[in-house]
Design a protein around this ligand. Sequence first.
Ligand SMILES: [Zn+2]
Length: 106
Amino acid sequence: MSVQRIRGATLQRRRKLWFTLHPLCVACQQKGVTSMATELDHVVPLFKGGADDQSNLQGLCPTCHEQKTADDLGYVKRHAIGLDGWPIPEGVPEGRRGYERSKKKG
Ligand SMILES: [Zn+2]
């Protein structure tokens, strides 16, 4: 037995109502950012046993939805590993990575 997802016209009506009542991305709001929610997300994913009703819904912007989906599926944004075997910090330009690290050590 699987959870019956709401689809079609019923889903469209529900989405429209939801975004009328909750127009902002909840994840962005938690970060103090105001973004329009355009994606209706299940707080607990259906495949993890979440309910397909209003108690388990939240509006997200596309960016947060993508991030949450990745989290739900267990994807971890992986750091690249440098030549010395340590993760490369984000935002360090390619050519400066070794330099940045050796500078810290020395
Ligand atoms: Zn967002």
